[in-house]
Design a protein around this ligand. Structure first.
Ligand code: NCD
Ligand code: ZN
Length: 470
């Protein structure tokens, strides 16, 4: 009989589309055995989690942790503590910090700051108008994915021209790394916002007026054309509209390696919430109609949308609470509340627990090259697991959030279902709804396990690098 570090006994283990009543053993950083209750041998510690569920920890490929530059909003420690509380075991962090993660210099600085992370992480490099020459360096320094801001948002990074995007895609396609897109077309929004502002229209719903669906439809379509031409892998961030599902689906049918995500705010909120929430609801892209949210639910359930992420975007109360909508910062924290909100949806029959596991962990792991070390509960995989109590009732309260950004549109939401323990590579980072003392610094960059299958560069004979060599 084997001896393990840890055994969780009596839980329903959910992974790979099935739920099994089995025990789970951990040795070191990995899952060492799975099997019928009482058959796994001995362990230094046995946790009786009868009646609970064990799922692979959530992998959130879209968080903004703000450091360097805006650590008063969030830093790598507070942000990853919020993740641990939210049952999230891996995050991918966005480059719109100050300075932005645009070259090897900023990437190494960010890696040093990330040393205090409690959960595992990937770091995005920027694909912008002016850093095409830096992409090689970012790739060799270990950027785990790229982010392209097709539209302006927090940090106001200039959105790259279609020409710069094409060259970036050509280069990144050679590596297989995925390029995540803030898919809103800047020029459409800029014109409309200017006119609205000049006309004195500054109520919360005017933010939505500045960003009609076509903003996203055009951006997704254009990015898909460039990905199809170059073979680059792309990912559509924060899907907010029914309209952009069509170009997403069409691109999938054409064979483009494209994935999409949505976030709880687009599932749970709609235009009827603007009055109640005021400037708190301001987010890019904006929360849209009830019809949009219904279509997004369907797309999440039928596989058109591949994953759920949070776009965790913390700001201070003063930055969020403004009478004039154009002065309010966009976004809100989410990494801690995604799982309770989505487990509530499971309890309400909106999505099955098996499918939730797929969209919160398995699919992001596959799309970003972490599978099968992460995103699955199997022997030999990382012991990144979240123990879930499907009955636990909580109320989301600013004061309880671990993020520095406390203002959330989900304030006072009643949730049923909560992550009660979070384990990252065999170590508890959250236990019984408390952060564990030795969690700081346990998080590791995923570079060592990440394996993006080689992309199939298409039309590479037309790529500028190749043409110049002729
Ligand atoms: C994000 C932020 O604050 O960094 N804000 C937002 O409204 N979503 C940026 C982004 O993802 O667009
Ligand atoms: Zn964005």
């Amino acid at each position: 009989m084997k001896h393990h570090d840890l055994i969780f006994s009596g839980a329903h283990v959910v992974s790979g589309g099935v739920t099994q009543l089995i025990d789970l053993a951990i040795q070191g950083e990995k899952i060492s055995a799975l099997g019928a209750t009482g058959t796994l041998g001995s362990a230094k510690k046995i946790y009786d989690v009868t009646g609970k569920y064990i799922i692979p920890g959530a992998i959130d490929v879209h968080v903004h942790f703000r450091e360097p530059g805006y650590s008063y909003k969030e830093d790598w420690h507070t942000g990853t503590q919020a993740a641990a509380m939210g049952g999230v075991t891996t995050i991918f962090e966005m480059p719109n910090t100050s300075p932005p993660t645009r070259s090897t210099v900023e990437l190494s600085e960010k890696k040093a700051l990330a040393k205090k992370a409690c959960v595992d992480f990937g770091i995005y490099g920027l694909l912008g108008e002016d850093n095409l020459d830096e992409l090689d360096g970012l790739i060799s320094e270990g950027a785990n994915a790229f982010k392209c801001f097709m539209g302006n948002t927090f940090g106001n990074l200039p959105s790259p021209s279609t020409g710069a995007m094409l060259e970036g895609f050509e280069k990144i396609a050679q590596t297989g790394l995925r390029i995540s897109l803030h898919a809103e077309t800047a020029s459409i929004m800029a014109l409309r916002q200017k006119k609205l502002e000049e006309a004195g229209k500054n109520a919360p719903l005017h933010h939505l007026d500045a960003r009609p669906e076509v903003v996203a439809i055009e951006a997704v379509s254009r990015a898909a054309v460039l990905a199809e031409w170059t073979g680059a892998r792309i990912h559509v961030l924060h899907i907010s509209s029914a309209g952009e599902l069509r170009p997403l689906n069409e691109a999938k049918v054409r064979g483009v390696d494209i994935t999409g995500e949505t976030c709880p705010c687009y599932l749970y909120l709609d235009t009827s919430d603007y009055k109640r929430l005021g400037s708190i609801i301001r987010v890019n892209p904006p929360v849209r109609t009830k019809g949009d949210s219904e279509e997004i639910w369907k797309a999440l359930n039928n596989g058109t949308i591949d994953m759920i992420s949070t776009d965790h975007a913390p700001h201070t109360a003063a930055e969020k609470m403004k009478r004039n909508i154009w002065e309010a910062d966009c976004g809100f924290p989410g990494v801690e509340t995604q799982m309770p909100l989505m487990l509530t949806a499971v309890n309400n029959g909106k999505i099955s627990l098996e499918h939730y596991v797929k969209v919160s962990s398995e699919n992001p792991a596959r799309a970003f090259g972490l599978w099968p070390q992460k995103g699955i509960i199997s022997v030999g995989a990382h012991a990144d697991i979240t123990v879930v109590d499907m009955q636990k009732k909580e109320i989301i309260k600013a004061a309880n959030l671990h993020s520095r950004g406390k203002i959330t549109p989900f304030e006072n939401f009643e949730t049923t279902g909560a992550p009660i323990h979070t384990v990252v590579r065999g170590r508890f980072v959250q236990r019984d709804r408390q952060i564990c003392k030795n969690s700081k610094g346990h998080g590791k960059q995923v570079t060592d396990i990440q394996k993006m299958p080689p992309a199939r560069p298409i039309n590479s004979e037309h790529a500028i690098e190749h043409v110049l060599k002729k």
